[in-house]
Design a binder for this molecule. Structure first.
Ligand code: NAP
Length: 263
């Protein structure tokens, strides 16, 4: 694991006045797509953001973009696949940012394909990244939030954790586990001031879905919006749930899917 630390005008003494000023956030999968957009948005509101992912070049670019906009960010490279990698990232993020007040469990794998074509390795990878890692990040970070009596955790799930979609059973079931964990953690940590919620996106244009081409539009066609989202439309909901504006929101699974699961 490597880290880079950025300095900038905010860190240099011009205190940020945004609504998240004084807080620190860890966003997994922040080198790309929804996570990157969320990291930028949290930083714009004054949070110090730990940007994490596997690709150091893109990670450092996200930090540079945040700093250029006047924010504070750090990059921590982490290949998230097991308890150890999750706990190490959580400890490193805490050391860099002082504490972690906001955790966004965004990093995820979403391979699609027939059940009979799925290897055991792929099955294990999906469940490790999408379920095991968020589980142990929460295990490492939520107790300190609870100790301070404040914190917010936002899990990124998917609309296909809500209904049966051919070829998406592995992915959808892993996110269905994260949906239930969202409610379980709300019950476990909510009474001690930690709000745990989830955003359930529909098809969204990101680096990760670029290769899907027309299939992404086809998937989006079934909903009232009739189109895929931009990552900023998902980030809006994540930031809301992470912010004090959502102070009475616990254990919510917020669909941001163009209405797809409503109809
Ligand atoms: P993306 O563009 O493919 O980005 C995925 C991010 O996760 C990257 O930053 C990647 O890091 C990181 N990541 C993946 N595996 C990792 C691992 N083992 N260790 C550390 N980092 C890892 O994805 P996206 O489309 O923005 O999706 C983000 C989240 O939204 C995912 O949880 C996905 O399931 C969910 N979602 C997406 C859509 C959609 O249509 N896009 C819809 C519903 C839900 P590196 O690139 O640095 O390796």
């Amino acid at each position: 694991m490597t880290t880079t630390t950025g300095d900038n005008t905010a860190a240099a003494g011009h205190a940020h006045t945004g609504e998240l000023a004084g807080t620190a956030a860890l966003v997994t999968g922040a080198t790309s797509g929804i996570g990157r957009t969320t990291a930028l948005a949290l930083a714009a509101l004054g949070a110090r953001v730990v940007v994490s992912g596997r690709d150091a070049t893109r990670g450092k670019q996200v930090v540079a973009d945040i700093e250029e906009a006047g924010g504070t960010a750090y990059f921590v490279r982490a290949d998230l696949r097991d308890e150890e990698s999750a706990r190490t990232l959580a400890r490193t993020a805490t050391a860099l940012a002082g504490q972690v007040d906001i955790l966004v469990n965004n990093a995820g794998l979403f391979p699609f394909g027939p059940t009979e074509g799925t290897t055991e390795e792929s099955f294990d990878d999906v469940y490790a990244t999408n379920v095991k890692v968020p589980y142990f990040l929460v295990a490492q970070l939520a107790p300190a939030m609870a100790e301070r009596g404040t914190g917010a955790i936002v899990n990124v799930t998917t609309m296909v954790a809500e209904f049966g979609a051919a070829g998406m059973g592995l992915y959808g079931s892993s996110k269905a586990a994260l949906r239930l964990l969202t409610k379980a953690w709300a019950a476990e940590y909510g009474p001690r001031g930690v709000r745990v919620n989830a955003v359930s996106p529909g098809p969204t244009r990101t680096e990760g879905t670029a290769a899907m081409g027309d299939a992404l539009d086809a998937l989006a066609k079934g909903g009232p919006a009739g189109r895929p989202a931009g990552p900023e439309e998902i980030a809006e909901a994540i930031v809301f749930l992470a912010s004090p504006r959502a102070s009475f929101v616990h254990g919510a699974l917020v669909p941001v899917d163009g209405g797809r699961i409503a109809v």
